[in-house]
Design a protein around this ligand. Structure first.
Ligand code: ATP
Ligand code: MG
Length: 172
């Protein structure tokens, strides 16, 4: 039934569970799997600090994104302390999240896997990518890295559900 699946990841736990579900479906349906992350510029440090496996992310990103003259970064706050490197840091975080996700997909037996790092509005990038790739199922977390827990569904998944032309699976 599903030939091409798009999963959107933001480094959150619900996003990671969405990835697991998308990988499982891709393997079961022998579907193509596209994994998308939209670079998170200008987000509060506390939000990025909630990224799953944040320690690994910092350890991988610091040597790539910061000049060697800067003292060793061990937290997300250290990484983002030098505003002039924000763009590099955010794009290295994207590469790290996507590489790890692709490795998970391959390890689970998915054969046809693509990764994409995009810019701009998160929901628009997810909707545009789904259109470009001819996706027939979008998988995402019900919530993400955000802190406002009063809303049942995050603003990104809410907009995608409202506007998508395909099936959308929200993972808790
Ligand atoms: N930058 C992003 N790149 C790719 N997918 C994303 C991104 N941000 C959110 N998502 C997807 O949307 C899902 C829901 O996240 P969303 O941002 O809507 O919730 P939230 O962070 O809890 O709330 P809000 O951002 O509105 O404060 C995530 O689990 C992920 O699948
Ligand atoms: Mg969010």
């Amino acid at each position: 039934m599903f030939k091409t699946i798009l999963v959107a990841i933001d480094g959150s736990d619900p996003g990671a569970r969405a990835l697991d579900a998308a990988i499982d479906l891709a393997v079961k349906y022998s579907a193509r799997l596209d994994i998308l992350h939209v670079r998170m510029h200008g987000r509060p440090v506390e939000e990025l600090e909630r990224m799953a496996e944040v320690e690994h992310i910092v350890a991988h990103v610091a040597p790539k994104a910061l000049p060697s003259s800067l003292p060793n970064a061990s937290t997300m706050a250290d990484l983002l302390a030098h505003a002039e490197h924000e763009a590099r840091v955010v794009s290295e975080i994207a590469d790290r999240l996507l590489d790890a996700a692709r490795q998970n997909a391959h390890a689970a037996g998915a054969r046809d896997v693509g990764i994409k790092s995009a810019g701009g509005d998160y929901a628009d990038a997810i909707l545009d990518t789904a259109r470009d790739k001819g996706t027939d199922l979008i998988v995402m977390g019900r919530r993400g890295l955000g802190r406002v827990r009063s809303m049942l569904v995050g603003s990104v998944s809410n907009k995608v559900v409202q506007e998508a032309e395909t099936a959308v699976l929200l993972v808790h």
